[in-house]
Design a protein around this ligand. Structure first.
Ligand SMILES: [Zn+2]
Length: 120
């Protein structure tokens, strides 16, 4: 359900952008979402349809690219990628190369609007 507030915010941002460009409508919105955000595409689409009604974004296509969860080991700089399920089921993640538990999250929590295509 956390997709609700986020989608309302995204529609706000893209609508402002489209207005500033004097666009007639928004055709396509591309998002990059980190796997840690746990965004369900079905809810993203549901809230998008709901909140975009009557805005410049109504009828636009929405594409969502999921970024994997990635850690960098502080000890050996090795980078490890992990799926969301593996991450949840691994309470004490360690480096697969040297076994160190000093891992730094470097990808997986982002939420970005990558691109907006408008009709002028
Ligand atoms: Zn390591």
């Amino acid at each position: 359900m956390h997709e609700l507030a986020v989608m309302a915010g995204i529609i706000d941002v893209v609508s402002q952008y489209a207005k500033a460009q004097n666009a007639k409508k928004i055709l396509d919105i591309r998002l990059t979402v980190g796997a840690l955000r746990d965004f369900q595409e079905v809810w993203v689409r549901h809230y998008f349809e709901k909140f975009s009604r009557g805005t410049l974004a109504e009828g636009a296509t929405i594409t969502m690219a999921i970024q994997p969860i990635r850690f960098r080991c502080k000890a050996c700089e090795h980078s490890t990628e992990m799926g969301r399920e593996a991450f949840i089921n691994t309470p004490t993640a360690t480096c697969e190369q040297c076994g160190s538990a000093e891992l730094v999250l470097c990808s997986g929590s982002q939420l970005m609007i990558d691109g907006i295509e408008v009709q002028l």
